[in-house]
Design a protein around this ligand. Structure first.
Ligand code: IPE
Ligand code: IPE
Ligand code: MG
Length: 282
């Protein structure tokens, strides 16, 4: 199925409006929460909430691809989620396996690259195998990079990074006084992806639940008031619209940001004039 063919003109307009409104986030990270409560409200078993949540995943992946977002990271299963009742864990793993197989063709047709972070060797063998197969299959794609956080927790990743780094110190390839943010970063699972610009959590909960702790230092946080199965592209557009209205100061003050913007605008004006001038000469 071709996403663009099935996209209606109203949706295309909405996306164009967003693109014109400002610089879209390069990386969106989402804590997909509330599947169980969505099902409970409907007197359905929790797994129905997870099933319905997969439909939200498809819609959000599709919309991000169409918008030209470069990175989407989805918190699908945390280290702590292993503590859930075994029956739910088994059903969740089955759903993940099914998604990885059934969506492969569509993800490929739409140029999506797949990536995974977390303790992947803790996953059931068949899930890990399918995951690696899907990642390999999609590795030549150049569109949206979809990262699934599976058996992931931020503290686990930081500790793992510290352990590897400590080995390098012991091996003599790194000295403790040389450890900077830049030197530390490559040890993290997320080394290939930029820090999230926008972090969305659904179901109204205001906590990080051990997600991307290092990477989230300057992410803009948006809490959606709906459960994950109700979070579809319209809610995504609302989150992005909200993000575009914010001023990201990174510790500075507003005036400094305006000065930098003016200097940048002036610079690009001068560059344009020089371009026209050199085009005339040649
Ligand atoms: C999110 O929904 C999915 C996973 C954590 C796997 P939940 O299953 O946490 O749903 P609630 O929060 O209990 O409603
Ligand atoms: C966070 O949701 C983990 C995922 C979305 C995969 P949880 O439902 O596990 O988080 P808590 O327990 O409410 O903090
Ligand atoms: Mg939850």
């Amino acid at each position: 199925m071709d996403w663009l063919k099935t996209q209606d003109s109203k949706d295309r307009e909405l996306q164009a409006e967003l693109q014109q409104e400002g610089k879209l986030p390069q990386h969106i990270a989402i804590i997909m929460d509330g599947n169980g409560r969505w099902a409970k409200e409907r007197r359905m078993p929790r797994i129905e909430g997870h099933r319905s949540g997969v439909r939200s995943v498809k819609d959000i992946v599709e919309a991000c691809g169409q918008l030209g977002i470069s990175y989407l990271t989805l918190y699908a299963f945390s280290t702590e989620n292993w503590k859930r009742p075994k029956s739910e864990v088994v059903l969740l793993m089955g759903l993940l396996l099914h998604y990885l197989k059934s969506e492969l063709k569509e993800l490929d047709e739409n140029n999506v690259r797949l990536n995974a972070i977390g303790q992947l060797n803790a996953l059931p063998k068949n899930v890990a195998r399918q995951l690696h197969e899907s990642i390999d299959n999609l590795s030549d794609n150049t569109g949206l990079t979809l990262t699934l956080a599976l058996s992931y927790s931020g503290r686990w990743d930081i500790l793992r990074a510290v352990q590897t780094l400590a080995l390098d110190v012991r091996g003599g390839t790194l000295s403790p006084e040389d450890i900077t943010e830049e030197k530390f970063r490559p040890y993290l699972n997320t080394n290939d992806i930029p820090d999230p610009d926008l972090m969305i959590r659904t179901s109204g909960e205001m906590r990080l639940s051990n997600f991307l702790l290092w990477e989230m230092a300057y992410a803009e946080i948006y809490v959606a008031p709906v459960f994950w199965p109700q979070f579809r592209r319209d809610q995504l557009y609302e989150a992005i619209r909200n993000y575009l209205r914010r001023e990201r100061r990174f510790g500075k003050i507003s005036e400094q940001l305006l000065d930098a913007k003016e200097a940048n605008d002036k610079g690009s004006y001068v560059r344009k004039v020089l371009d026209i001038f050199s085009a005339k000469k040649s």
